[in-house]
Structures are given as structure tokens and as C-alpha cells.
Design a protein around this ligand. Structure first.
Ligand SMILES: [Zn+2]
Length: 113
């Protein structure tokens, strides 16, 4: 963890764009060490194409956001869960985008309600 880390509030707008709702208060559980806490408290590293979100306990990569061709590709593979208002957002419930993501990346689209 270095000094360039921001907190989860830095990607609040991006999260709204992806999930369609305020997500900084959602509880993220690390898939590596099991630490759970609000998204707002995670370590965020912004870069030109998006952002990488890491666990503050074990530094595992939890979420990766990459913007390409007007689409935000999201990799949530490092999360054990992401819970909002007591309701878990399951990875299985998310539809894959029709175009294939680059190797090692997964793209998600908000389910149609
Ligand atoms: Zn962790």
C-alpha cells in the first residue's frame, strides 16, 4: 500500500455509472483474506484507463475498471461478495457483454430489472 492510494469515494461516480446506484456504502468482502468493509474504505489506484481497487488488509486486487470504446469493463473476480442494503449482488446474476473481454478480464452489464 503506497501513498498514491485513494479511498473508495474516488470511484463513487464510476460505481454509479456501472451499477446504477450509490455503491460506496456497499460492503465488499475480500476473496483472499475475507476482510469485509465499505467500498469507501478500499484502496483505489486510478490510472488513465480506469481504476484498480485493492484490499487494505492483504492488498489483493478486488476490482478492476477499464474504460474502452465507451464501455466500462469490470472485473470483480477478487471479491467474495459485494452486498448492498443486505442484498448480495451475485456474480452469476450479471450478464456478460456480447464482445469478448481481453484475456484475464471479465465484463459485466447491469441486469435488466
Ligand atoms: Zn484481503
Amino acid at each position: 500500500m503506497d501513498d498514491t492510494a485513494l479511498d473508495g469515494n474516488a470511484i463513487g461516480g464510476l460505481l454509479i455509472e456501472v451499477f446504477g446506484t450509490e455503491m460506496t456504502t456497499a460492503v465488499a468482502t475480500c476473496g483472499s483474506c475475507g476482510t469485509a468493509g465499505p467500498v469507501a474504505e478500499l484502496a483505489v489506484y486510478e490510472h488513465g484507463l480506469g481504476a484498480v481497487v485493492r484490499c487494505r488488509s492483504c492488498e489483493a486486487v478486488l476490482m478492476v475498471f477499464v474504460r474502452r470504446h465507451g464501455v466500462v469493463c469490470v472485473d470483480l473476480e477478487g471479491l467474495a461478495s459485494l452486498a448492498l442494503w443486505g442484498e448480495r449482488i451475485r456474480r452469476r446474476g450479471w450478464r456478460y457483454l456480447p464482445q469478448l473481454p481481453p484475456p484475464g478480464e471479465q465484463s459485466f452489464r447491469r441486469p435488466t430489472l
